[in-house]
Design a protein around this ligand. Sequence first.
Ligand code: 3UK
Length: 541
Amino acid sequence: MTTPLPPAPPARFNFAAHLLQRSQAYPERMALIDDRTSLRYGELDERVRRCARALHALGLHREERVLLLMHDSHEWVVSFLGCLYAGVVPVAVNTLLSAEDYAYQLRHARVQAALVSAALLPVLSAALQGDAHELRHIVVAHASAPDPRPPGVACHAFEDWLHAHDPAAHPADTHADEPAFWLYSSGSTGRPKGTVHTHANPYWTAELYGRGVLGLHAQDLVFSAAKLFFAYGLGNALSFPLSVGAATVLMAERPTPPAVFARLCGATATLAGRRPTVFYGAPTGYAGMLAHPQLPAREQVGLRLCSSAGEALPRDIGQRWTAHFGVPIVDGIGSTEMLHIYCSNRPDDVAYGTSGWPVPGYELEIRGEDGRPLPPNPDGSIEIGDLYVRGPSAALLYWNDRERSQQTFQGAWTRTGDKYIRHADGRYVYAGRNDDMLKVSGIYVSPFEVEATLVQHPAVLEAAVIGITDADGLTKTKAFVVLRPGCSVSAEELQAHCKQHLAAYKYPRLVEFVPELPKTATGKIQRFRLRELEAARAAAA
Ligand code: 3UK
């Protein structure tokens, strides 16, 4: 059952032009349905080309970076593809970060213009305090008049700006391997890494995974709880559906169970009864929906397929979902560095508790401590080791970070940072990360960053943060905190402190006050002892 791999894109290749060219055959077909409106493929084509011309009119040049800080909406898609069409490089960022995070990204990417949702203008303005940035223009979507206007930067209203310009006639003549867009990925220490992707990369993920594994087709209506600024969401809700002429549902708000249910049931004004056929989410989201009293009945939704990524999907959640809705959840592992999923279950062959097989087009190796692939046992299984992946959608590098680039992108191979084993039947099984990063609700959280924030609180002497496994088998952060003598503070106050000084989703879900932390003779905190303590407690419970 070897299906031939899709052809490589030509050397001169512009991913936005590629999508628009395909869609010329069906201008009337629905492309995007957001909270306010919907766009057909013909309208999307026109808007993307207007956006490209409007970006040039701002004085932006090829390869210059533009911050894309927007809630999921058709404007997000138009902006992203407009940048690619113009050869300008969008830096698509998480809408949940702090002003300090954005200030870093603005400087690091030398951002010249920002395309931003009105609701995010205050945090962007706060990031612009001081003049260490090069931002010249802000284009504000989702508001009639941009307000408040940061000083020293020209502001434009998205719709007016777009319609002041004719559609560009030609795409930028980009190379398939040139930088097309950036995504930021966090590490356990240090600043987030600007991960640079090419024009060819989203083509490969859409062909190899969207079409190849998920079998998406033009009749699908897809909906991703993971937002467009995540590599997972970008493939799910943009590259994949637009590559096959399908339609995609975009939602600005947080993917709470009721908000997701409303879309799955077609119960919003813009959906008007149309129900998604494919849903993508992270395990925590599936667990939250299954536990929710308003979980729709099987007949209320129109699903044929669900996808999960971001962290390992616990077997029980997959089984309960399938028992309820009669459709599988296809769990696969991907990363910001590889842009999307490279090892996955198959819609017609799901083994819960595993990440399935390599996606055709990708190769995997499980390597031992000497850096060499571990030899398979006689039955074909492979012991635990470090997972490496080789495939055509790997990022070029981390911007301005030679050291971490060389650690991760090792020639044709990319180091995933994950431990894996392989079963005798060839299926890969996740066995933890080999750095300290935690995946909470499918999103990276560095325990050190949370600890550093906790100790900034005047009542805190020291803190250690670990990941613990909840009743659903999912990771939650727990902080062990030692208070300064004579000081007192509540767990809620410390959580609020974290939400205020960090991206809010990084706050520790549990806080326990302890008289002291376990340490080595040299004073290093022994996080593994805390993990053992929690494991023992869980076993006793
Ligand atoms: C972990 C998983 C077990 C793993 C992502 C799909 O999550 C994505 O990208 P990130 O850069 O994180 C990558 C890391 O997350 N992980 C992701 N999926 C799974 N662990 N089972 C899984 N199914 O540690 C990996 O190295 O945030 C997921 C598509 C695109 C993505 N960027």
